[in-house]
Ligand binder design. Structure first.
Ligand code: HEM
Length: 126
């Protein structure tokens, strides 16, 4: 399962380089009121770091590492304080999934879809 997740990430990088802009474009299209929260992130560094941490967390979840669940629970509280409601927080992983599937297009495999569906369910349960 981790292999298919990694393969999807590699495919994304091969096709579009850094996917950060595409992920946040999709997020802000779905959750326009969240864009204002990133006003202080002038360079986009926090957006890039947040995406990297989210991807690392998903990979670790897929590998069964316990800290990943703790990371999600801690960030849920931190984000609530930032003004990101619980229900919105949980949508970020799905936005990444949708973005990656769209970028990979015909190269998106059944294994990739299965790996993402499974790991997102694990993240939801955390
Ligand atoms: C739609 C859901 C989410 C929204 C709207 C959101 C929003 C934000 C905002 C506004 C910041 C502060 C940016 C700044 O410093 O200017 C932030 C930082 C961060 N977020 Fe999220 N977040 C979401 C989901 C997540 C998820 C699922 C994770 C990972 C588990 C995550 C991990 C982080 C991390 C690690 C930072 C610190 C980045 C840094 O400053 O280097 N976020 N987020």
């Amino acid at each position: 399962m981790t292999d298919a997740l990694t393969a999807s990430l590699e495919q994304v990088v091969e096709r579009c380089g850094d996917p950060t802009a595409l992920v946040y474009e999709r997020l802000f299209a779905q959750q326009p009121e969240m864009e204002a929260l990133f006003i202080g992130d002038v360079t986009g560094q926090a957006r890039g770091h947040m995406l990297m941490m989210a991807l690392e967390t998903l990979t670790d979840l897929a590998e069964g590492k316990a800290w990943a669940g703790n990371m999600i629970r801690a960030e849920r509280v931190n984000h609530d304080q930032l003004g990101v409601p619980d229900a919105v927080f949980a949508t970020f992983f799905a936005v990444v999934h949708e973005t990656f599937r769209a970028v990979c297009d015909e190269a998106w495999t059944g294994e990739m879809e299965a790996a993402w569906t499974t790991v997102l369910a694990t993240a939801d349960a955390a």
